[in-house]
Write a protein that binds this ligand. Structure first.
Ligand code: SF4
Length: 700
């Protein structure tokens, strides 16, 4: 049977996958040897994709108030209720909460509908939980949300710093690529910065087990050291950077010498000195940062503290050099391209920029385009709780399991006037709150594009027919928009048509003024779209082959054209009531599960690695709190409780515990770790502080 080249629906590496349906109905999965993200490699999750395609628990027909209905009835209901609430309370009384799992075409239509035609900024995404601090930092430093480099840089550098990233489990194929690079060039040095000793540390030359949340002290200290050891690139700073002097002064004041930095981060002076010396004496340096940095009340500052060190040494935009934000989700970057965050417009334009507002209004031919940013994820559910938002449409995500203070999210949905849920699954923690349930196409059935962490757009293609009445997310949203009177703007016939419009908007009156430009694909033929090879944006009329590296011309998208260094005042995490809740909870992923396990949880062999919710803790803490290894224990915070099995681990820093994020309320009522996490967010990015929460522990 015919094989299909598509992409993996899990992490931000964005691996190419070949799916080959077999005559017995099964689908053989292999890595796509031609895809530049993975060259044929797959991890445990990707290679098990063929075992996730059964239709058990699939939502196959629309439901209204729990009763199966036809599509017209369901779509009419959504359109009528949304229209009524907008009429009675204004456009900001409705909201949409989407996901880094949906395709760029779905994102584009969702954002166009909410911002352009409903006229509200109230569309946000679970990508807020993943990388919004990196987005805010990119914008502050570069004037644009741009990841400068690519995966090859991670292999070509001589010093790779992995901070706040358990790459071995969270981005396994990238870890495999780096491991191979280090094997080929053992002189390549790897430094892992993480309070936990994770599987990623297996390939590290140096592991800095820093005090949780102290990252900005470390990078401020590094900047100060680079100045003192005459390792700055004065020529680059002079020509291409602004804000240097103030940033350096702040670094000196707040971090200072090696001993002072080591004390702030609770690290050995010799380790800090080794790290600083390595950075100062190595030209080709890449710093990868991920959720461990982003998911913090000061996440944006931490990201900028990292970027500062690269700008001050000119180590950016050249092979093997640069700061590199790696995203958790398969299409976190595609969502940003379409304006999927509540504070963005489309095509990397700004809501509050009058020129951008005018351009998008004219391109979409609308006079309703929102003038103000909407509520970011955590605020959105707070606004539902307060009654400000009266209707929400949740697409392809499970906020009852993933948002902080998950019990409050549940209460908000319970009291919300009108809840629409689009999902592939018939039953999740979220579907029980739905007034209207809409069946969406799943991976293998849907068609469109995604963008991975290195700006590479790839096709995700269907190789299975739509089961039951399931439909594409873009189509469902467009059908509702048409019913609300916007037929002309939403008369799309295919994902291909949506993509062409998205590409055209990216180049609309752009002329190099914005980083995201794929106008070179705006007139793509259907056959070329179907056969699109993975390509890195920008892709313009003059540059049809894509762009491996940004800022090589030293032009940044700030007013001055220079990159900005930002003075950073490091702060330790805000912990609620640490007297009564003396342990620091860190949350993250395990190797073989994805998000809330709706797909990976179907595969028995993926469940063997970590079969149940665990609480990793240092044996000394286990003894202190009288929790025996392998016994059940209860974690409590001011917000809720979690029950898991104690797993003693010498690599866990004393004073902190680690719990995976994956288990949901369908598994057990007390298995949702997000119930423990307070709704503390970074005021700049809105990203929740999911890596540091105060908890207590007791034997079950
Ligand atoms: Fe999928 Fe990520 Fe694994 Fe690649 S590394 S196969 S994208 S989960």
């Amino acid at each position: 049977m015919v094989s299909t080249q598509t992409t993996c629906p899990y992490c931000g590496v964005g691996c190419g996958v070949v799916a080959a349906p077999q005559t017995d109905g099964s689908v053989l999965i292999s890595g796509d040897t031609t895809h530049p993200a993975n060259f044929g490699r797959l991890c445990s999750k990707g290679s098990a994709l063929g075992e996730t395609l059964a239709l058990d628990n699939r939502l196959l027909a629309p439901k209204v108030a729990g009763q199966t209905v036809d599509w017209d009835t369901a779509l009419d209901k959504v359109a009528i209720e949304f229209s009524r609430i907008i009429e009675e309370h204004g456009p900001d009384a409705v909201a949409m909460y989407v996901s880094g799992q949906i395709l760029t075409e779905d994102y584009y239509v969702a954002n166009k509908f909410m911002k352009g035609f409903v006229g509200t900024g109230n569309i946000d995404t679970n990508s807020r939980l993943c990388m919004s601090s990196a987005v805010a930092a990119h914008k502050r430093a570069f004037g644009s949300d741009t990841v400068p480099g690519n995966y090859e840089d991670l292999e070509q550098c001589d010093l790779l710093i992995l901070t706040g990233s358990n790459l071995a489990w969270c981005h396994p194929v990238l870890f495999q690529r780096i491991s191979a690079a280090k094997e080929a060039r053992p002189e390549m040095k790897i430094v892992v910065i993480d309070p936990r000793k994770t599987a990623t540390c297996d390939m590290a030359d140096l592991h800095l087990s820093l005090k949780p949340g102290s990252d900005a002290f470390l990078f401020n200290g590094l900047l100060h050291y680079l100045k003192d050891s005459d390792a700055l690139d004065w020529e680059y700073i002079e020509a291409h950077v602004e804000g240097f002097a103030a940033t350096l002064n702040m670094a000196k004041k707040t971090a200072g010498s090696v001993p002072k930095t080591a004390a702030s981060c609770e690290l050995a002076e010799s380790d800090v000195a080794d790290f600083f010396r390595l950075f100062a004496t190595t030209d080709k340096v890449v710093t990868v940062f991920s959720q461990g940095v982003n998911q913090s009340a000061t996440g944006t500052d931490k990201c900028n503290a990292i970027i500062n060190c690269h700008l001050a040494t000119g180590r950016i935009a050249q092979p093997g050099m640069g700061p590199f934000s790696i995203t958790g989700q398969p299409n976190a970057m595609g969502g940003r391209e379409t304006g999927g965050l509540a504070n963005q417009l489309a095509a990397h334009m700004e809501i509050t920029n009058p020129s951008h507002h005018d351009k998008v209004s004219r391109f979409w031919q609308t006079n309703r385009l929102t003038q103000t940013a909407g509520a970011k994820a955590v605020d959105m559910f707070a606004d539902i709780a307060s009654g400000k938002i009266k209707a929400i449409w949740i697409i392809a995500t499970n906020p009852v399991v993933s948002l902080p203070d998950a019990s409050a999210v549940k209460r908000a949905l319970q009291q919300c006037e009108f809840v629409v849920v689009s999902d592939c699954e018939a039953q999740t923690d979220c579907t029980e709150f739905a007034d209207v349930l809409l069946p969406a196409l799943a991976w293998g059935e849907k068609d469109g594009t995604v963008t991975n962490s290195e700006r590479r757009i790839s096709r995700q293609k269907s190789f299975l027919s739509a089961p039951g009445g399931a439909r594409a997310d873009w189509q469902i949203i467009a059908d509702v928009a048409c019913r609300m009177g916007h037929e002309t703007a939403f008369s799309f016939d295919s994902a291909y048509e949506v993509f062409r419009e998205h590409a055209a908007l990216s180049g609309f009156e752009n002329a190099g003024s914005r980083d995201f430009d794929i106008s070179g694909l705006s007139a793509i033929a259907k056959s070329d779209y179907d056969a699109l090879s993975p390509i890195q944006w920008p892709v313009t009329g003059d540059n049809k082959v894509g762009t491996a590296r940004m800022f090589s011309d030293h032009h940044f998208y700030t007013d001055s054209g220079k990159a900005r260094m930002l003075p950073i005042t490091p702060e330790l995490p805000q912990l609620l009531d640490p007297e009564n809740f003396p342990l620091i909870l860190n949350t993250g992923r395990v190797r073989d599960q994805w998000h809330t396990m709706t797909r990976t949880g179907r595969v028995a062999r993926l469940g063997t690695h970590t079969p149940e919710p665990v609480i990793e803790m240092h044996p000394r803490d286990a003894a202190r709190w009288q929790c025996a290894d392998k016994s059940l224990a209860v974690l409590e915070s001011p917000h809720g409780q979690f029950i898991g099995r104690v797993q003693c681990n010498e690599g866990q820093q004393p004073g902190s515990v680690f719990v995976p994020i994956h288990w949901n309320g369908q598994y057990a009522a007390d298995a949702v770790v997000a119930a423990l996490v307070p709704a503390i967010t970074d005021p700049l990015s809105g990203q929740p502080q999911a890596k540091q929460a105060a908890v207590s522990i007791r034997d079950f």
